[in-house]
Each structure stands twice: as structure tokens, then as C-alpha cells.
Design a protein around this ligand. Sequence first.
Ligand SMILES: [Zn+2]
Length: 417
Amino acid sequence: MNQPHLTCGICGKQGHRYRRGLCGHCALAEDLRAVLDDGDGCIRAEMLPFFDGFRTMGNPLAGIQWIRRPHVHQMLRTLADPATPLTHETLNAMSPWRSVAYLRDLLMLHGVLPLADRHLMLFERWLRDILTEVAEPERRQLLARFATWHVLHRLRRFAERGPITEKQTQQARGEIRQAIAFLTWLDQRGRTLATCGQADIDGWYAGAYTARRLTHAFLRWAIRNKLLTHLVLPHQATTNPAPISQQQRLATLRRLLTDEQIPLLTRVTATLVLLYAQPLTRILGLTIDDVLHDDGHVNLRLGDPPTPVPEPFAALLLRHLDQRLNLTTATNQDSHWLFPGRRGGQPMTTDTIERRLRNHQIAALNGRAAALRHLVLQAPAPVIAPMLGYTDQQTSRIATAAGSPWSRYAPGNDHAP
Ligand SMILES: [Zn+2]
């Protein structure tokens, strides 16, 4: 500025002329007073600290230019109205966000607004924008609940202890993005959280564990809030560097089908674990009513809809069911458990089955659940059956040898009554 020096007509200080004999600071104060006018020629009391702080800023000309910008002018006019609550929420509703962020910093600097975490603020703004993009109202509402009660809740707890780091908000963004992606994916499968089963969870994580790890937050929250059945979330098996391979899985299944030295009950439980990657507790929780056999097809109610049990495994399962139905143990006469335990009214314990598996050197399944689930997705039960190289004839022979009343349902035996 090369204007001649003047003595300001208001403050009397020597300085650059800005307008009508006013120095820059007095001109800024004049403009600020105008924009902050509450309608009665005053400035609302809550805004006075901002007024006093801003008008004495180092570069008054920059201040004058800033408050002249149309959107800044509009924001200040809104805040000048005594009816407008002076809160962070009020600012949250304003745009564009860069100007809002700057104004917010100024209002916090001068004590008009309480100090708030900058990264938290940026996250909240990002969250509002991304939720707006979720068109489906129910899904948006669900995500907003998750964001508020889990993600934001955690960030606010962090903020109480100190400034939030970018890494913390990055994780929070990831959790929200993954939750949105998961719900969209689920919807494309024709499922909702309420109908989501283990196979859906496994399908989501299959081959993309690392990329989708952050979905855990949403799924755990949904399980805690009973929006989702209690399902098993995979975890990277770091303690288990040599998980079972597809080849081992096939070899074990083949042995379970043919090795008559292994008690039938052990063979059936192990087969179900290897075929469907269900935890033992889930297998042992099955009742005889969960085995559905109509129209020559055997289905197992591991979820909804029931899962097909292909031959030759169906024959093995039905053979067990047949023996199981002939139970004469007094305590278990009325038991409906598919694998009744020794204690009346209780299914077998996992300890018992695990001991049996160990006794017969059947590849231990514990701690390998995640890897196993992955294999099951690569080769589900109906794919496994032909992979084992069983011909229809052999399959029917197994069923017939079992003397099962269901042997007529074996494939390749279409002419039987
Ligand atoms: Zn002056």
C-alpha cells in the first residue's frame, strides 16, 4: 500500500488511509459491526469476543476482504441473529466446508465456541456427506446408528484424552466405508442383516480378509445389538502358519467316508465340520429335526435356507440318523439331539468329539476355522462330492451297505421304488 499516511479520524492512530479518513482497523470494525448487526444496531453479546478479536487482526485488509465474500457474509449474518444458537452444530449445517472450518477456528480461538477437536470435526463433516449418499433410508438410518453409537462414541472418548490423530479418523472412515460396502453387497445378494448367515459372512471375507478386516467393527456392533445372529467372524490365523489345505481336506473326507474303523458318530461330526466349516458347537447343537429329507434330497438346517447334503455324505448322515433313532439309553429316549450326550437332555460335548478326533488322527480343526471356511467357499459340499471321485455306483453301494431305508434315494438308483 502506497497511500499517504493519515491520522485516523476514529482511533487517532497514524496509518494507511483505508476509506474516508479511516485506518484499516477502524474500517474493518465498521464492516464487522455492519455484518454482525443483530437487527437493533447492536452485536449480540456472545459474538462480542469474536468482534473484538477479529477487528484487531494483524492484516485488517485481509479481514475486510474475507467478510465481503458472499458465503462468509451470509454465515456471519446468520450467526449475528440472536435466534441462531451459537453451537458447533449450527456451523455443521453451513457450507462451503473450508470457509466453515476457518470460521469455526476463529470462533473457538475467541472463545465463542467451545474448543473442539479439528480432526473430529472433519470426520463429522465427512460422515454427514457420506451418509447423505446412502439413498435407501433404512440402511442410512442403520449406518447413522452405528456411526453415532460406535464410531463417533469412540472418537469422542479419544478426544477427551487429547487431540485426535489422523490415523484414528482414518480407521473410523474405513469402518464406515466397509459397513456401507457390506450392506450394499448383502443387499445385492437379496439379504438383510436379519437374514444374513454364516455363508454370507464367509463369502464377504473370502480372499479379501485384509481389505475387509475393518468390517469387523460393524458386524460386532450388529451382533451386540442383536441385529445380526451370533456369527463367527474370521480372524487371521497368525498362530497357525500351516492351515489345512484343500488336498488335506479332500483326503480326510475320503477317509471319513470309507474308514469303518472310525466310529460312525465321529465320522459324521468330522465330515460336517469339513464340509460346511461350522464350529463344533454348532454341529452338536443340531437336532434330528434339522435333517430334512424329502424328494430324495437331504438338507441340513444349518441356516436358512437349509444346506443341501450331497451324496455320498447324505448316506453317511442318514445312516447315523438311523442308528441314532434306535437309541435305547434310558436317559436319552426322548432326546432330539442329532448327537445326544451322556447327560440326559444334553448334546455331546465338544471335548468328547475333540478327543475322538484326536484318537483317530483326524486333522485337528481347532484354530483353523477361518482357513477352513475359505476352503469351503472354494469347494462347497456339492462340488466336493464328485471331486472325491465317487461314481454313482459306489455311492449307492455305501448307502445300501448301510442298510439305510434311504438307500433308494442314492443317485444312480432312479429305478428303485
Ligand atoms: Zn483507526
